[in-house]
Design a protein around this ligand. Structure first.
Ligand code: PGA
Length: 253
């Protein structure tokens, strides 16, 4: 079996201020410095990318954004291009977060275009997939996740996943305090890997698949201990230094 390293990525969503960020980032840098084998990243709101770059440059912590335009440049008022993210030293960008899909009408095709635009500029997209509670109850979790995944693979080819990260985030577990059980998460992660393996088993074996949805210090180790879970995408708990550091620690092998 391929050996995959773990990644813990914070998703600050629309939170923070320059003063708060400074304290949080400094705490994360200094308190995770021993965790050599764990990848650590934060996805910050656009206005704080310059701050992230200046605080995190030459540290072990990477940074990125939470969204990106599918367009390269042009008359798209309010949008931010992948090249601009690269200009601020981003390594990662989240695409297809369920809040973008649900609140901003991003369908799987738009998400796939964003994924492609991110990679074309040299960013690593963190592609989010996941079902709502209604979809889970209706027994169509795998169908929903497959559609979200396949739309990207159809546009970019399966080999593009070699330079990407996936995040399985059941919508019902995001910001609700309801975590998927380790087994529920593992089942979907294994499904994702099988589906990719049908096209390319090497890519499937090496791909990092994160779990997201109410991950906290108290449940992280159990989730990260599952065979197909390679770390987490962390919302609320990424804003609290003690929590985020403990979650990074839980990703140690
Ligand atoms: P949460 O959010 O950890 O606050 O549930 C996760 C996410 O939306 O990425």
């Amino acid at each position: 079996m391929a050996r995959r390293s773990k990644l813990v990525a914070g998703n600050w969503k629309m939170h923070g201020s320059t003063a708060q960020n400074q304290g949080l980032l400094n705490a994360v840098i200094s308190r995770t410095v021993e965790l050599k084998e764990v990848g650590i990243a934060v996805s910050v709101p656009y206005p704080y990318l310059a701050q992230a770059q200046s605080v995190l440059a030459n540290t072990h912590v990477s940074w990125g954004a939470q969204n990106v335009s599918q367009h390269e440049k042009g008359a798209y008022t309010g949008e931010v291009s992948a090249a601009m993210l690269v200009d601020f030293g981003c390594r990662y960008v989240i695409v297809g977060h369920s809040e973008r899909r649900a609140l901003y009408g991003e369908d799987s095709h738009t998400v796939a275009l964003k994924f492609r635009a991110a990679q074309a500029a040299g960013l690593i997209p963190i592609l989010c997939v996941g079902e709502t509670l209604d979809q889970r109850d209706a027994g169509i979790t795998e169908q929903v996740v497959a559609e979200q995944l396949d739309t990207v693979v159809e546009l970019t080819g399966v080999s593009a996943l070699a330079k990407a990260v996936l995040a399985y985030e059941p919508v019902w577990a995001i910001g609700t305090g309801k975590t998927a059980t380790p087994q529920q998460a593992q089942d979907v992660h294994a499904f994702i890997r099988r589906r990719i393996a049908a096209n390319d088993s090497v890519v499937a074996g090496e791909l990092q698949v994160l779990y997201g949805g109410s991950v906290k210090a108290s449940n992280a180790a159990e989730l990260f201990g599952m065979p197909d879970i390679d770390g987490g995408l962390i919302g609320g708990a990424s804003l609290v230094a003690d929590e985020f550091v403990a979650i990074c620690d839980a990703a140690k092998n």
